[in-house]
Design a protein around this ligand. Structure first.
Ligand SMILES: NC(=O)c1ccc[n+]([C@@H]2O[C@H](COP(=O)([O-])OP(=O)(O)OC[C@H]3O[C@@H](n4cnc5c(N)ncnc54)[C@H](OP(=O)(O)O)[C@@H]3O)[C@@H](O)[C@H]2O)c1
Length: 337
């Protein structure tokens, strides 16, 4: 593995929750950087963001020259990705996008490196899509179990932290907690009701069949990444008043009989996973792994496996997964510097 080739790197959405984690992780992982450029909306243009001892200027995306970059990490939402990605790819960069803009495009690889890095070798696309955060987190334990035992059906309920919806949602939660503690009137802008001391069983718009978009994404992206849509996925996605890290309760019906010992053995050997008795979100922020606990096979039905998963969605569900994709591209000689 050679990561010596320093890259000219762009981060679009650099002032947002995910964008700031990109900067932290690029630094922590010693990603080889020859040049770093940051982009956001006109609201943030002109700010300087600290990175490795200097202040990097935030450029207005609408005015920026897209040329001269090797890899650009986008985390600025779907419509920004649709509008601005072509400018960077036509100027020669590879774009790794965190939004849902390209996830269903068959020409664009949708990649979790531990699960389907082969998609990067099979495609010459200059756009790579990062899957939805809850999909990535579910797939780390799901993919090795699918390969070992086969899957008949999945029932998943998510408990998704407020930072998963961006800075405005996080401001709502923390503002309401402060107001509550001080006996003041709570206010909210991101949701249509308070999220503090509450939970909201809807993430994203409603679909025509009574689901919400997050539930649809979780199913469709999982089928696409595993290249198998022959089993149903019944998802319920819930926003909870947790600051950071998503949790998921997963029920699998496997194709063959299994034991808890066999399930544990498969997960112990799987990349990117750490087993814990009782993973909880507050303790696991800024950790790279996906944590799996409460693993049990039903005593009456040896096809039923249940477990609990927690991971930092700002890291493995977003910035870390995208950086790992870029690291793979460097190792494959796919980035140009
Ligand atoms: N939060 C998560 O856990 C998570 C996980 C996976 C994927 N994602 C995806 O990542 C993306 C960003 O999420 P986030 O949580 O970081 O949101 P956020 O905290 O609201 O940040 C949004 C970022 O996008 C920039 N932006 C907004 N409109 C723009 C425009 N018209 N032109 C240029 N830049 C613009 C903002 O710049 P200003 O500061 O100038 O407004 C800010 O830097 C979304 O697509 C989201 O679905 C998020």
């Amino acid at each position: 593995m050679s990561r010596s080739k320093a890259q000219r790197v762009g981060v679009v959405g650099a002032t947002g929750l995910v964008g700031r984690e990109f900067l932290d992780l690029l630094n922590r992982r010693q990603f080889p950087i020859a040049q770093l450029r940051l982009f956001a909306s006109g609201r943030s243009a002109g700010q300087r963001v600290p990175f490795q001892g200097s202040g990097v200027l935030v450029e207005d995306l609408t005015q920026a020259d897209p040329s001269g970059l090797d890899v650009v990490f986008f985390s600025a939402g779907r419509s920004v990705a649709h509008q601005y990605t072509p400018r960077f790819t036509e100027a020669g960069a590879v774009v790794i996008d965190n939004s849902s803009a390209f996830r269903e495009d068959p020409q664009v690889p949708l990649v979790v490196p531990e699960v389907n890095a082969g998609q990067l070798r099979a495609s010459s696309s200059r756009i790579i899509a990062n899957p939805n955060c809850s999909t990535i987190i579910m797939l780390l334990p799901l993919a090795p179990l699918y390969r070992a035992f086969g899957i008949q059906e999945i029932v998943v309920s998510t408990y998704q932290s407020v930072s998963g919806a961006g800075q405005a949602a996080l401001d709502d939660l923390l503002g309401q907690a402060r107001a509550f503690a001080q006996g003041e009137q709570e206010t909210w802008t991101h949701y249509d009701r308070p999220i503090f001391l509450n939970l909201i069983p809807r993430i994203g718009d409603w679909t025509e069949d009574g689901e919400c978009l997050e539930e649809r994404k979780l199913a469709r992206e999982t089928w696409r990444i595993l290249e198998d849509d022959t089993f149903p996925i019944y998802a319920t996605t819930v926003r909870v008043p947790v600051e950071r890290c998503h949790s998921e309760s997963i029920f699998l019906r496997t194709k063959r009989d299994v034991t808890t010992r066999e399930v544990v053995a498969v997960l112990e050997d799987a990349p990117g996973i750490s087993l814990l008795d009782l993973p909880t979100p507050r303790e696991l922020a800024r950790r790279e792994e996906v944590f799996v606990g409460r693993i049990r096979v039903d005593s009456q039905d040896p096809h039923v496996v249940r477990f609990w998963v927690v991971a930092d969605q700002l890291w493995k569900g977003a910035a870390l997964n995208a950086i790992q994709i870029a690291e793979q591209l460097i190792d494959m000689g796919r980035l140009s510097s």
